[in-house]
Design a protein around this ligand. Structure first.
Ligand code: DER
Length: 219
């Protein structure tokens, strides 16, 4: 499909950020899947990968790419991942694929975060996409009540359990004026493991595929 073509173009553009002989940080999602397939073409030139999900680990291993535990990776020069939304500051909403916790961990470790996406992900203000929040299961109702006080409408993503054994609330109708502040407020709610605002640690580069080629944004 046209959208797949755009995702593939963004993924191909990200290869130039991969340093030879290093361990590559790999995110999760359909755009990242195209990146994994591209990375496989140069697998002999890299040490291996650290992954943000079981799904991405599986795909990497199917290509014969060694997957390292993050604790065993001396450094992660670059992290390649998608986003559900990205704004003009490189701040993102992520978690559509329920991998937000490990994505945020690898992003925190990585020196450079390169976001790959089709141009539809670029938004003027974050929050049209419901904000994923990973919660400890026993705290789901309590966290939902706190989110209502913060002005959101939380919806339990029933049937989904994360790689960490937790649940997800998708928060609709948030008016996100200060993403860094809201990220901190959500982090302070007891029972919240991770929220999908990547504002404190935002992208350093965005590769946005458009009909006229891949647009590169840097911060
Ligand atoms: O869940 C995630 O954070 C993914 O990276 C998601 O935001 C992007 O997935 P997509 O490339 O399939 O749109």
């Amino acid at each position: 499909s046209a959208s797949d073509k755009l995702k593939q173009q963004a993924a191909q553009a990200a290869i130039k950020y991969v340093e030879k002989g290093t361990i590559v940080g790999v995110g999760t999602g359909s755009t990242v899947n195209f990146f994994i397939d591209e990375l496989a073409k140069m697998k002999d030139d890299i040490e291996g990968a650290v992954s943000s999900s079981e799904a991405s680990s599986e795909r990497l291993k199917q290509h014969g790419i060694e997957v390292f535990e993050l604790n065993n990776a001396p450094e992660v020069p670059v992290y390649i991942d998608g986003a559900d939304e990205i704004d003009e500051h490189g701040q993102m909403i992520k978690g559509g694929g329920a991998a937000l916790t490990r994505e945020k961990i690898v992003a925190a470790v990585a020196k450079k975060f390169v976001c790959i996406a089709d141009e539809t992900k670029l938004v003027g203000r974050l929050g049209q996409f419901p904000l994923p929040v990973e919660v400890i299961p026993m705290a789901r109702s309590y966290v939902a009540r706190q989110i209502v006080k913060l002005g959101g409408d939380p919806v339990w993503r029933q049937g989904v359990t994360t790689d960490n054994g937790n649940w997800i609330l998708d928060v609709h109708n948030l008016d996100i004026l200060n993403a860094v502040e809201l990220e901190e407020q959500l982090n302070n709610v007891v029972g919240v493991v991770t929220n999908g605002l990547f504002a404190a640690r935002s992208a350093d580069v965005a590769l946005l595929a458009t009909a006229d080629g891949v647009k590169e944004l840097k911060w």
